[in-house]
Design a protein around this ligand. Sequence first.
Ligand code: URA
Length: 443
Amino acid sequence: MSSAPPSPAFSGSVPELIQKKRGGGTHSRAELDALILGYTRGEVPDYQVAAWLMAVCWRGMTPQETGDLTLSMAASGDLLDLSSLPHTVDKHSTGGVGDKTSLVLTPMLSALGLTVAKMSGRGLAHTGGTIDKLESIPGWHAELSDQAFLRQAREVGLALVGQSKNLAPADGLLYALRDVTATVDCLPLIASSIMSKKLASGAQTIVLDVKVGAGAFMKTLDDGQALAQAMVEIGRHAGRNMRAVLTDMDAPLGYMAGNSLEVQEALATLHGGGPDDLRELCVALAAEALSAAGMPNNAEERARVSLQDGSALGKFRAFVAAQGGDPEYVDAPQRLDVAPGRAELLAPRAGFLEGLDALSVGRSVLLLGGGRERKGEAIDHGVGVELLLKPGERVAAGQAAARLYHRGGRGLERALELLGAGLRIGDTQPQVPPLILGRVGEG
Ligand code: URA
């Protein structure tokens, strides 16, 4: 791993930089390095950076500037060096409830000849994390030394670890400041925040899943498209192969939310079954990754075959075993620990399911004990929510719309209430948007 470069040469003052941006000026890389690296070292105070952030929100940034800002942020901490590995690929999702895509997609990519050496997060609040999901498999662990991480990536083609490195620390500091200065909602700042961590993670090809809809950060297709375009441009500015897919996030992906339940659903997909939406998204993302990495021939067909011929499943089995997990669970996912209690959310009236709010589903899992409010809290991998209907389907009064897997306790009642409040039933069949809303970065 390498770390941040030495201090850049910039002889001006921070107020000058704030004034420049306030007046609609354009920063150089050296200016951005002075501000961002100075802030990370504690030499530039919060109040100056807060003023600058607000000026960025008002005046915006050019694509070149946004790219340079992202490079400065990436350079504020460790930079993973994956250059010894062939065809490295990383995937990022802007966040979704029940999003187990990484569990299916990463072994597919590996089976297709790409190398996945990836740092993944744990869940916080209503969002799940890939590492928590994988820890539902007895014995599997997320800690590997740098050497073991690279060796496994080379030998197996897939290694996933927790975030032990100090990746883009400037982003953590800036995000906390944005959160309290009404500057979160600003395109160049969002795009640079997400991409700084991806660039520091070192992969040559990056494929992005930009979620759009009520349950997502980007509520409209136009906003999603603008964010995807900005992130693709940032990655290319840094010399990476980039693609983005825009996907609907009005409803949770698949049917399951909760750690063991999501692993079971991901394994069903790797065994050649699973829900249509999850499979189609993974095929689309894998095909984009192959094309971006310079292997476009029959990309979609090859991606699909990797799920049918057992090659992605084989990669997942080898990966689980390499990180201490019991591979028997890969072939017998029904043995994973699932909470024994069952409760059902009944539809209060007949009609058509318009939606089951993804945020309510995520928060219900949290209330059942399947997520954490604070970093470091223990979680119950066995609890969760199964959706029994998808938007657009007809529902009878009193029909079960969702099933909760629980171990009793006060959280259950509140989870049922919350899920009930998120259930929307209408009189006419709603227009259900397609899962894949668009692609950015082709050609
Ligand atoms: N996710 C991030 O990592 N950063 C943002 O600014 C928004 C979403």
